[in-house]
Design a protein around this ligand. Structure first.
Ligand code: V47
Length: 366
């Protein structure tokens, strides 16, 4: 059966037409795709949409993640990384310790620094400016991607000012873009159950909006495989798509499968591998205005991250170096991959590896 016939068989021929013309899929069509009993067909449609946009190119980045603290005022139920200030196990890196960590990688041509932490109750903006200054000094060439919309919102609350003020000051110190964490699931009822103290979904969108208006691009995540269902995921994608219509500021969407260890939500039925791939495929097909879909190997695991590259994803993230949020929650992926390993994963799926920086600009290999 060819693709046309398979789509007819599953009553998806109208969707195939839209995939080929690039027309927008409705939420009803997204639901139909999710429920298609043939996941390979769904993958083929998503791969077709991805190939229309990116050809056979799959990007990766030589990057280094820094988690600067785990002390957090929010006690999200899915989070295994966070500690409260009063109990043991908390850490906060001094900017000099961040410098040391960055200096361990100086022999690598790192192109992106990804700096995230938590909502620390005490630190003011000065502290975050020092972190950026340190990062900029050690790595003047790397894209400086730091602080999720939730962190920005928290810094503004600590300082008693608007997020714009925070964003402008951080930008003046070298901030180039925001990572996409903290979006979780926007639906208020699910959010109330999984992260009742965190900034609302609307607030996350609002801070992203304000960053875009200041010319600061951002990424967007979605945490799935916990208490939410397909309907909530589609609504989450729809909210991102609407904002993107207005601002064009999202560079990349990153679906994050929930890691179940060491956190209060961990008793849920684990999501299946195919549901992960379906979600990645549906996100490629629904998010027609967000250029990149990331297969984040840390949370997906290496075999599934490679498979996702045939289900609509066009980016494999990067070398990472050290990651705590997924690994404290049980992710069994390695801590670090090197360039050869990333390229081999991409070539294994018949695609062409292309090195990028944090802004998804192609860079020359050195
Ligand atoms: O914000 C927390 C999520 C995020 C768990 O922007 C969990 O390029 C799964 O945002 N299971 C951090 N996920 C990771 C992140 C990210 C990663 C890679 C690239 C980019 C980017 C962003 O991880 C958190 C939260 O949403 N998270 N706990 C968990 N148990």
């Amino acid at each position: 059966m060819d693709l046309q016939q398979a789509c007819q068989h599953h009553h998806l021929e109208d969707i195939l037409d839209k995939v080929d013309t690039g027309d927008r899929l409705t939420l009803e069509e997204g639901t139909r795709l999710y429920h298609c009993p043939d996941p390979v067909l769904l993958g083929e449609l998503a791969h077709r949409a991805r190939t229309r946009r990116h050809g056979e190119r799959t990007t990766y980045v030589l990057n280094q993640q820094i988690n600067y603290t785990n002390i957090c005022v929010n006690a999200c139920l899915f989070c295994s990384y966070r500690r409260s200030q009063d109990h043991g196990g908390g850490f906060t890196l001094h900017p000099d310790q961040i410098r040391e960590k960055l200096e361990t990688q100086l022999s690598e041509p790192i192109r992106e620094l990804h700096i995230v932490g938590a909502c620390h109750p005490e630190h003011g903006l000065k502290h975050y400016l020092r972190i950026l200054r340190t990062a900029r000094q050690v790595r003047p060439q790397a894209t400086l991607k730091a602080f999720t919309p939730v962190e920005i919102d928290h810094f503004a609350a600590v300082e008693g000012c608007e997020p714009e003020e925070i964003l402008k000051r951080l930008r003046d110190e070298g901030l180039q873009m925001l990572p996409g964490g903290g979006a979780e699931i926007f639906d208020p009822e699910v959010r109330e159950q999984i992260c009742p103290h965190k900034a609302s979904g609307q607030r996350w969108l609002d801070v992203s909006h304000r960053a875009h208006k200041l010319g600061i691009p951002t990424n967007a995540t979605m945490l799935f495989g916990h208490l939410e269902g397909r309907r909530h995921r589609l609504q989450h994608m729809d909210a991102l798509r609407r904002l993107q219509d207005e601002t064009g500021g999202f560079l990349c969407f990153i679906p994050l499968p929930f890691q179940t260890r060491n956190n209060p939500l961990g008793g849920v039925e684990p999501i299946t591998g195919l549901e992960e791939l379906r979600t990645i495929a549906v996100s490629r097909l629904m998010l027609d205005n967000i250029p990149h879909i990331k297969s984040y190997w840390v949370m997906l695991g290496l075999p599934q991250a490679q498979a996702a590259l045939c289900f609509g994803a066009d980016d494999l993230d990067g070398t990472v170096v050290e990651e705590r949020i997924g690994h404290t929650a049980g992710a069994d992926s390695p801590q670090v991959l090197d360039r050869d390993e990333l390229e081999a994963m991409i070539r294994g799926g018949g695609q062409t590896p292309v090195e990028r920086n944090g802004l998804f600009e192609r860079v020359q290999r050195v």
